[in-house]
Every structure is written in C-alpha cells, then in structure tokens.
Ligand binder design. Structure first.
Ligand SMILES: NC(=O)c1ccc[n+]([C@@H]2O[C@H](COP(=O)([O-])OP(=O)(O)OC[C@H]3O[C@@H](n4cnc5c(N)ncnc54)[C@H](O)[C@@H]3O)[C@@H](O)[C@H]2O)c1
Ligand SMILES: O=C(O)C[C@H](O)C(=O)O
Length: 329
C-alpha cells in the first residue's frame, strides 16, 4: 500500500540553499523513493521574497514529481509548521566576506525565537528539526528553548557539511575513496573552532592516523582547512556555500529518518552531559541512527589535545548562548 504523505517545512525556501534543496526533497532523495511529501515553504512577508517563492513553486510544479503530494507557500510560520513532521530551518541572513558566523547572532536570534514558538504551537510532536541558518548550533538552541513542549532531542544543528568536507580532505590526502572511511567525528560548533577528530577513524580498514601518517598535516593543515572552508567558499564565490549545504542537509535528515546502518555520522544535538559538555548545549557529536532516532556514540577516550580542542569550541558556544540569553525571557 502506498505510504501516507509526510509534511516537510522548509524556511528560506526562495534562497540559494532552498533552491538546491527543495527539488531533491520532492524527488525522494531525502526520505526515500516511496515516501510522498507535502512541502510547506516559508519566506519573508515581503513582495520580492514571496514572488521568488511563487516562482520556485511553479518550477516544482513543472517537474511533475510523482512524490510531491502537495505544496504550501506562506509568510506565516504557523502555517508553514502546521502538523509538520520535518522542518529544515534554512531562512536566515547569511554572512558576507570578512564576517564570522557569530556576527549574525543577534539578527538571526529573533527569527529562531519566533519560529521555535510557532513549532511549539502547531508542529507534530514527533517533528525532526534541522537548523541550517547560522550560527546554526546557537540558533537550534534558541529554537529548542523557545519550544518547551517539544522534546529537546527533536532539535538538531547541521555539522554534516563539516563532516563531509573532512571526509573529502582525507580522501584527497590518502587517495582512498570517501566511502572507505568510517568513524570520523567533528566535535562542537559549526565555526572555525570545530574539531575534526580522526583518532577513531579508519580508511579502507586501516587506522586513519596511520593511513595519513602525517601528524603535522593533520594538526596544522587539515583541522584549520575544514574549519575555514565556509569562508574559503565565500571568498571564491562571493556568496556562501549552497549546493553542498543543501546536500549535507539531505544527508543529515535522510540518515536521521532512515538510519545509518551502524555508520557514525556527525550531528549537532543537545548534550546529555557526556564528554564534559554541559547538558542541553547543541554540540557536534558522533551518532548512529536507527528507527528514526539518533544515538550518541559513547565511551570514547578524550586525550589532552582533544580535551583542549573540545573545550575551546565549547567556550565559543557558551559565549554565543550568553549573548542571546537575555532575549529568551
Ligand atoms: N550550517 C551550515 O553548514 C550552513 C551552510 C551554508 C549556509 N548556511 C546558512 O544558511 C542560511 C541560508 O543561506 P542561503 O545561502 O540560502 O541564504 P539566502 O540569503 O540565499 O537565502 C535565505 C532566504 O531566507 C529568507 N529568510 C530570511 N529570514 C527569514 C525568515 N525569518 N523566515 C523565512 N525566510 C527567511 C530570505 O528571504 C532568503 O530568501 C544562512 O544563515 C547561511 O549562513 C549554513
Ligand atoms: O560559512 C558560512 O558562513 C556558510 C556556511 O556555514 C558554510 O560553512 O559554508
């Protein structure tokens, strides 16, 4: 029997990432080729954004996707999130050249307070929320705090782009394919302080540190390169990453919904207090997913180098939280 459609809300639907994301969701790449979807798209209540959204919806229509069971375009978060099973919170102001993601904090905090409240009021109680808009971890934390009636674990932030970037850098260093790699982690904040950790990773069955065999490269080139990749893309394109960000969002949601078959992936999730990360902090950690739930990989040893890196990115997250706490009431 055909599956019942699920409702997928996407904010910032007429933006760069939205344009790279919606068609893939509607074609079944995110939730499976047998899962019909209803797209509920939110854009700003300004003529230009609403006209652009209308154009995107016309194009979606013109694709005649068999899995696209309905569409809603709106400027009202309570309409966009009504009974939503999934929400991809992309809509936010992106940074330009010379800015850090945390420079967007105050401006974007207002958006995530309003949207958290709207999710709280009208979304499915089982909704899976992915925050892409920057600063992603803190925006997810703000939305979670603004939605007290929804389970905290339903709110996640995107570190998958960082995870994928790290995989590709390791692939080009070792000459091995990305799908031969397992157990990579990106700890912490989606910012240059993030800590890509290859200590537990394997590459084609060999321990990653041995396969790379270049600790100086790992510490002095790989870690900063992955952390600063977003800025390098902005420098090259003049605007921030879009197709790769949409791709990572698809990967994150697909794995959460459909499972990882035991593979580790990185998700920004509210901490349970493990690894010295205070409870509730939205922090990138290794997880596996099964049955529509993520489970943290537990019991990993944290050496001095890692402790220092993990505390550094935590400190930045705590500063971001402190910067917006007064707005949360
Ligand atoms: N986490 C990540 O890995 C990652 C990667 C790339 C980009 N990003 C972030 O994603 C966000 C979107 O990037 P983009 O390139 O698509 O930007 P964009 O400017 O092209 O599109 C953003 C869209 O959001 C809309 N918007 C703004 N405020 C809104 C609101 N309150 N409600 C609904 N829509 C709203 C805008 O009208 C615009 O159409 C930015 O914050 C960017 O920094 C995150
Ligand atoms: O770096 C940015 O501001 C955009 C995005 O977060 C990225 O990592 O590409």
């Amino acid at each position: 029997m055909a599956k019942a459609p699920v409702r997928v809300a996407v904010t910032g639907a007429a933006g760069q990432i939205g344009y790279a994301l919606l068609f893939r969701i509607a074609s079944g790449e995110m939730l499976g080729k047998d899962q019909p979807v209803i797209l509920q798209m939110l854009e700003l209540p300004i003529d230009k954004a609403q006209a652009a959204l209308k154009g995107v919806m016309m194009e979606l229509e013109d694709c005649a996707f068999p899995l696209l069971a309905g569409m809603v375009g709106t400027a009202d978060p309570k309409v966009a999130f009504k009974d939503a099973d999934y929400a991809l919170l992309v809509g936010a102001k992106p940074r330009g050249p010379g800015m850090e993601r945390k420079d967007l904090l105050m401006e974007n905090a207002k958006i995530f307070i309003e949207q958290g409240k709207a999710l709280d009021a009208v979304a499915s109680r089982n909704i899976k929320v992915l925050v892409v808009g920057n600063p992603a971890n803190t925006n997810a934390w703000i939305a979670m705090k603004s939605a007290p009636s929804l389970p905290k674990e339903n709110f996640t932030a995107m570190l998958r782009l960082d995870h994928n970037r790290a995989l590709s850098q390791l692939a080009s260093k070792t000459g091995k394919p990305v799908d031969s790699m397992e157990k990579l982690i990106v700890w912490g904040n989606h910012s240059p302080t993030m800590y890509p950790d290859y200590r537990f990773a394997t590459i084609a069955g060999q321990a990653a540190p041995a396969a790379v065999n270049d600790d100086a490269w790992y510490k002095n080139e790989f870690i900063p390169k992955v952390g600063k990749r977003g800025a390098a893309i902005i420098e090259a394109r003049g605007v921030s990453s879009a197709a790769s960000a949409a791709n990572a969002a698809i990967d994150h949601m697909r794995d959460w919904a459909l499972g990882t078959n035991g593979k580790w992936v990185t998700m920004g999730v509210p901490s349970d207090g493990s690894y010295g990360i205070p409870e509730g902090t939205l922090y990138g950690v290794p997880v596996t997913c099964v049955g529509g739930k993520y489970q943290r990989v537990t019991g990993l040893a944290i050496d001095d180098f890692s402790r220092q890196k993990m505390d550094f990115t935590l400190k930045e997250l705590q500063e971001e939280q402190d910067g917006v706490k007064s707005m949360l009431g």
